[in-house]
Write a protein that binds this ligand. Structure first.
Ligand code: H79
Length: 568
């Protein structure tokens, strides 16, 4: 029967069909070939990346039903974490049912967007789904979603609309890790990948223009998420989108978390950091000072990165007023001095205790965050300074010699937050290779030992506490409560100030000691250190100095341990 039917076709039709198949086949091959060869979908276009870099400052928002508990999003969920050890403090059955009570009636997307804008932020990234698997958007692929909560509203949609209306660029965080989905990292993981791709298709189809997709795959590989195809889907639906490096592929940018990234101007990066200590809302969580906020922004941008600063809104749907106030303060500062941040690039002077620098065209902005004397001495540059002024007000003396650039600012014009000197060169600042600034700290690059180093890993060695690099730290093993760091200054030196920067706020009691060649003598005692400890004392002259940590909630970690000479 079939054969007969075929036979009835005229010869011309056969030929037509064959030609057609040939053309299509060839076309498809060429297409696939060029895609294979160029793999365009792996990277965003250069112009889109530059536009994203110019924005510098964005708002990260971590929110979900877990805010009812005040515990960490995702991580506080009990139950197993398939493929990962550890568990959270809220039983999975309880955590997974929180959404049934989630009714944040005071949620107002336009208000959140206004808060971001008032902070001087140019983009917003929102958790569409965290590791806990809860979808903050309407999805056809799951029932575990915001539209099935008493609140019913699609939060992602309202945020997207508000961003579009206000001209704020928009991104979505999405966790490929999912401790809720029944197929995740089981023998049916292929079905999970289908779900994951389907959800990204929904996000990229249903909410208009999206500028950023922010994955958080906890070290999963490109195979774990079939990321090449995932990227293809996303870039087809959202041309111009920027994708980060956390789906097993390099993507468009690196993402140092809860730390200032190291100076890097050959690949884009973005520091993400919390305004308090937790990603999701926690009552009475410790809020960063304005000084810390500005310091971080300036050092990140000065290291050539972007800064994605996180808030965790409350279960009511509001962002905590004290956090809003802090963001407003940053916005007020940026309104005055934003020309030294937006549209700039980091360097040429690398960030350190002294501050950081940014540049644009023939202009360099010297951002002095900490004064250690009358004068700041920067290394020489192969360009001529033709003009200088103080952006933050007042006057300064800028002296350029073959050996150095010396900047002095009268005390009255030294700002507590940041003193910005604008210098104009006779050519583009981008032509100057990045330069390290010799630290004014007496411990800088001195011989140092410690009684413990995290996993004996040299990447966390004690030298990292005396390198004046805000991106590296000395770390110690979990469970360590007492530990010391000893610096040999090379010869007896006089100092009367100490600055210590600690990660995770673990130290509970410490002392500073010097060795008078017979024994250790204590000259400072303290309890907590925290991220920004500074103290003056009667001048001490010694060659050997020790930070002796007497009690700590866990293995202490020190970004910097610096001793400063008396101001001349
Ligand atoms: O979404 C935010 C975090 O939830 C997520 N990435 C940012 C953007 C993140 N994934 N992994 N990590 C953070 C690092 C894991 C840290 C942990 Fe812990 C240490 C998990 C368990 C111990 C932090 C501290 C979370 C719970 C306690």
């Amino acid at each position: 029967m079939l054969k007969n039917e075929w036979c009835k076709w005229p010869l011309r039709a056969y030929l037509g069909l064959i030609v057609c198949l040939l053309i299509c086949g060839t076309a498809r091959q060429v297409d696939a070939g060029s895609q294979e060869a160029s793999k365009d979908y792996l990277k965003a276009g250069e112009r889109d990346v530059q536009k994203w870099r110019d924005m510098k400052f964005g708002l990260f928002i971590h929110w979900g039903p877990v805010s009812l508990k005040g515990t960490e999003i995702g991580w506080s969920r009990g139950g197993e974490r398939r493929g990962r050890t550890g568990t959270g403090q809220i039983p999975a059955e309880e955590y997974d049912n929180l959404y049934k009570q989630f009714n944040p009636v005071k949620f107002d997307a336009e208000q959140w967007v206004q808060i971001a804008k008032d902070a001087g932020m140019k983009y917003l990234v929102f958790t569409s789904k965290h590791h806990d698997g809860f979808s903050m958007f309407y999805s056809k692929l799951t029932d575990y979603k915001i539209t099935n909560s008493p609140f019913k509203r699609d939060v992602v949609k309202e945020l997207a609309d508000a961003c579009h209306k206000a001209g704020l660029k928009l991104g979505f965080y999405y966790s490929p890790v999912d401790w809720y989905h029944p197929d995740y990292r089981t023998q049916n993981h292929a079905r999970y990948i289908e779900f994951l791709h389907g959800q990204l298709r929904e996000i990229c189809s249903n909410y208009g223009k999206i500028d950023i997709i922010w994955f958080d795959g906890l070290g999963g590989t490109a195979e774990d998420w079939d990321s090449e195809n995932l990227f293809k889907i996303i870039r087809q639906l959202q041309p111009g989108v920027i994708i980060n490096n956390r789906a097993g592929l390099p993507g468009d940018h690196d993402t140092p978390e809860q730390r200032i990234g190291r100076f890097q101007n050959d690949r884009p990066w973005e520091t993400c950091m919390t305004i308090c200590r937790q990603w999701a809302w926690k009552p009475n969580d410790q809020l960063k000072s304005l000084k810390q906020c500005i310091d971080t922004l300036v050092k990140v941008v000065g290291g050539d990165g972007n800064f994605l600063f996180n808030v965790g809104p409350m279960p009511t749907g509001e962002i905590e007023p004290r956090q809003v106030t802090r963001l407003k303060e940053m916005g007020a500062w940026l309104k005055k001095y934003g020309q030294s941040i937006y549209d700039t690039r980091g360097g040429p002077f690398k960030p350190g205790i002294w501050g950081a620098s940014t540049h644009k065209g023939n202009i360099i902005y010297i951002q002095i965050l900490n004064w250690s004397g009358e004068q700041l001495t920067l290394p020489p540059i192969p360009k001529k300074i033709i003009a200088s002024s103080v952006l933050t007000g007042g006057t300064a003396t800028v002296r350029q010699t073959e050996e150095a650039i010396e900047i002095s600012v009268p005390e009255a014009y030294r700002q507590e937050l940041d003193t910005i000197i604008k210098i104009e060169l006779d050519g583009p600042a981008s032509e100057i290779a990045p330069l390290s600034v010799t630290s004014s700290s007496l411990t800088y690059h001195k011989k140092v030992r410690a009684s413990n180093v995290y996993q004996n890993n040299p990447q966390h060695g004690p030298d990292k506490a005396v390198d004046d690099d805000p991106a590296t730290r000395w770390a110690t093993d979990y469970g360590i409560k007492q530990v010391w760091l000893e610096v040999d200054l090379g010869k007896a030196m006089t100092f009367n100030r100490v600055r210590i920067s600690e990660a995770y706020d673990r130290v509970q009691e410490f002392e500073l000691q010097y060795n008078d060649s017979t024994q250790w003598k204590t000259f400072v005692t303290g309890t907590k250190i925290g991220s920004d400890y500074s103290r003056r004392f009667e001048p001490v002259t010694a060659q050997q100095v020790r930070l002796n940590i007497l009690d700590s909630t866990d293995g202490p970690t020190i970004w910097e341990f610096q001793l400063l000479p008396p101001k001349k």
